[in-house]
Design a protein. Sequence first.
Length: 214
Amino acid sequence: MNPVDQVLQGSFPSVMVPTREPVVPMSAPGERLLIASNGVFIEIDRPWIRLVRRLGSFSWRTPVPYGKAADATEVRCGAVPAELVAGFARMARAALPNEVGAWITWNASTGAFRLLPLPSLSHRPVHLQYERPELQAGEWLVVDCHSHGRGRAYFSPTDDRDDQHDVKLALVLGHCHQVPSVALRLCVKGRFEVQSAVPERWKAALATLAAEVV
């Protein structure tokens, strides 16, 4: 086999789902394909989350002698602290009328979350370009945050392009001059799963910002 293909298959292998026992867990963070009797699935493993999503089903009914797979979501890092979301909202207000960005990260070694401001290469009321920061050992991006100034919270085509290769939660805060509006989605390697329900702890923390509006 071509050496390049060997490296690619080693970094992104295909696994046949067994019929009589669970699939052997991944030994390190990464991605792999699960070939099952009910379709082809992608499995993504990170210290903070494990995801399984079906990529596609078979075009016709034919006996595939493998076990079945199912979509799965396992959040390992626990709940993202609401005070960090509120901290980003304060950053967004301070940056008005411009947009601003930050990451909420989680350290697999310490279990600690932190809010990490992103250095802006350029930012305006409808534009933000930033430099991806260097993370500490064992630290992983969990929530990618950016603001829309006084505009509404939504995901733009630019956001879709920026998010298509990542595994993360993406958070947009709009109307940052008052109690912010929120758009939230889970990004899974080009699949975007909009979260219609924002965590109640986040909503409560953002609501308290009303008292700080001057």
